[in-house]
Structures are given as structure tokens and as C-alpha cells.
Design a protein around this ligand. Structure first.
Ligand SMILES: Cc1cc2nc3c(=O)[nH]c(=O)nc-3n(C[C@H](O)[C@H](O)[C@H](O)COP(=O)(O)O)c2cc1C
Ligand code: FES
Length: 302
């Protein structure tokens, strides 16, 4: 029996899954889908981290919402022949809940996910981080458009203050207040600095976002630059995160091409340059004054 349903296969290409060879599985999927002549009805999308790396490599299939865990290369022909070709899911690859031993076929029913309400990570695992259109389809750059075409910098700051958003660097400092202090600080030359150094061992929150949804960080930097009237914005990111750096660079190229970065953004008077600074791995360079020294080419000391 065959079925004609169109499907999308999401293969996780975050660092966790790549360390268990999801890049190889991705190639095998492409070849097997061609071999079994299913390329007209199956689309493959690579994603960043889904947040559940210990279950990797992860493959999700839509529209069913199937979640396959710990996929091996020998599983690929079965997934293609049975699930993609005949609409028959592979039960052996379902996630097993350790507390109960229950096999759970659907992504949304897995307790790890059903107990989460994602805000910052909302796009992670759902979009191809290297495809700007995926980001735009989910409302990407609407916030920037609204900020720079409909709001004054002061209104943007007031909205961020009233949202209650706080910094993720550890201290939980109110973001809007930081922007207000930046805007009101003396001097005409202002800079935005995005701290993506992430020195804490095993933290991986900056890395996950950079690898899975780099445009959201870029858009946040652009809105911050507008709010404080900065001409330049720097992102300081660990050199040990090559995939994060690569995906951010790609996001920057694509968004520049679309007119979201550079001069006269979206036809307005707002212009900003974005710079990427790769840190050399010193833990202390995540501290803000050491980080600024490092960007300036000095020794990174607080
Ligand atoms: C020793 C030390 C290391 C730090 N490392 C980091 C880091 O890796 N990433 C980070 O975001 N903040 C780090 N911080 C906190 C920063 O100094 C700063 O508070 C933070 O970047 C502010 O950003 P936020 O408003 O998003 O929290 C570190 C602080 C200290 C004292
Ligand atoms: S890298 Fe695939 S789930 Fe984290």
C-alpha cells in the first residue's frame, strides 16, 4: 500500500545531534528519498537543536508530528520506505519515557516538551536556521519593522520595560532599563554589544539559539541599536562554537541582502553595522568589562 500524503522531514543538525552523525543521516535521507522516487512529495528541512540532545539524532515528521529518537543509519531506509512511502510509522523508533517505559509517538505528547511553554526558543527545531524565509514566515523581522517605522526609540524602550524582559546573563537585569540608561548616557557614539560568550560549562543557551534561530538574535540587536541610537552593534561569540558562528554569519549576509541591516534600513533613516567578534575561549571574557576590553583588542580583564 502507498499513500500520497506530502510530508516534511525535520532532521536535527544542532551540534548535539551532529556529534552523533546527523549530518551523515541527512545525506542518507536525501539519497534514499531520491532512490525510492519520493522527492516530489517529501521535503527535508534541517533544524537547530530541539533541546533534547540525549535523544539524538532526532528526526521529526510532519504533518503527523512523529518524533523519532536515537535514529541510526540502518533506520533511514525503513523510515523512507514505510513512513514516507506507505504512511506506516516505525514504532521501534518512538521515544520511550524512562519513568514508565511507555512508547510515545508524538512530539507534543512527550512530557519533556508538553511541560514547556517556549518563548525565546519558540522557533528552535521548527525552522531551517539558514533559511531567512522560514524565519520571516513565522513573523521574523515584523518587530523590527514595527519598531523603526511606527515607534520612536523611547516608545520601544517603554514597551520593553513594560514587557518585564530581563537579561539572560545571570543577573536578570531589566533589559528595557539597560536600554534607557544606554540611550541617556552622555556621548553621541553608542554601541550595542550582544554577549554570546557563554563561558559556563555545559550552559548552551546562547549556542542553542545561535545555531537554531540566529535571525532572532540579530533582530534583537537591531531593535536595541534603534532604541539607543547606536551606529554599530557587536556580537561576541565563542570561537569554540563554529556552527553558531557560521549560522550567524549566514543570517547576517542574508538579512543584509534583504535590507534589514546596513544603511537606510527598510527605507528609513536608521542605519547600523553589525560586527562579529570571536572570543578566544577565556571564561572571564564573558564578564562585560573584560569582554569590552577584548573587543578593543586589549587583554580581557574585568
Ligand atoms: C566571571 C564572569 C563571567 C561571565 N560570563 C558571562 C557569559 O559567558 N555570558 C553572559 O551572557 N554573561 C556573562 N557574565 C555576566 C556579564 O558580565 C553581564 O552581566 C551580562 O552579559 C549582562 O547581560 P544580560 O543583561 O543579558 O544579563 C559573566 C560575569 C562574570 C563576573
Ligand atoms: S542538537 Fe539535536 S536535539 Fe540538541
Amino acid at each position: 500500500m502507498t499513500d500520497d500524503a506530502k510530508r516534511t522531514v525535520f532532521i536535527c543538525r544542532g551540534t548535539g545531534c551532529e556529534s552523533s552523525k546527523s549530518d551523515v543521516l541527512h545525506k542518507m535521507l536525501e539519497e534514499e528519498i531520491k532512490k525510492q522516487k519520493l522527492d516530489k512529495k517529501v521535503e527535508i528541512k534541517k533544524t537547530g537543536c530541539h533541546g533534547f540532545c540525549q535523544q539524538g539524532p532526532i528526526i521529526a515528521i510532519e504533518p503527523e508530528g512523529t518524533f523519532y529518537a536515537m535514529v541510526k543509519d540502518s533506520d533511514i531506509p525503513k523510515i523512507v520506505e514505510f513512513h514516507l512511502g506507505k504512511g506506516e510509522p516505525i514504532e521501534d523508533l518512538y521515544y520511550v519515557e524512562p519513568n514508565t517505559g511507555e512508547k510515545i509517538p508524538k512530539y507534543d505528547d512527550i512530557p519533556f516538551y508538553s511541560h514547556q511553554h517556549r518563548l525565546i526558543l519558540r522557533n528552535c527545531g521548527e525552522i531551517d536556521p539558514e533559511n531567512i524565509d522560514d524565519y520571516i514566515e513565522r513573523g521574523g523581522y515584523d518587530g523590527l519593522k514595527r519598531a523603526i517605522t511606527e515607534m520612536t526609540p523611547e516608545e520601544v524602550i517603554e514597551e520593553v520595560i513594560s514587557s518585564g524582559l530581563r537579561g539572560r546573563g545571570g543577573a536578570g537585569f531589566p533589559t528595557g532599563l539597560k536600554w534607557k540608561l544606554g540611550r541617556n548616557a552622555p556621548g553621541d557614539q553608542k554601541y550595542v554589544v550582544c554577549n554570546a560568550d557563554e563561558g559556563d560549562p555545559g550552559a548552551f543557551m546562547d549556542r542553542s539559539l545561535l545555531e537554531a534561530d540566529p535571525h532572532s538574535i540579530l533582530e534583537g540587536m537591531l531593535i536595541a541599536a534603534y532604541a539607543i541610537s547606536a551606529s554599530d552593534a557587536y556580537i561576541y561569540v565563542r570561537h569554540e562554537y563554529p556552527l553558531a558562528v557560521e549560522r550567524f554569519k549566514k543570517a547576517l549576509e542574508d538579512s543584509t541582502e534583504r535590507g534589514f541591516v546596513g544603511n537606510s534600513i527598510l527605507g528609513t533613516k536608521f542605519s547600523v553595522k553589525i560586527h562579529i567578534k570571536e572570543g578566544a575561549g577565556a571564561f572571564v571574557c564573558g564578564e562585560e568589562t573584560a569582554l569590552l576590553a577584548s573587543i578593543e583588542g586589549k587583554r580581557g580583564m574585568p
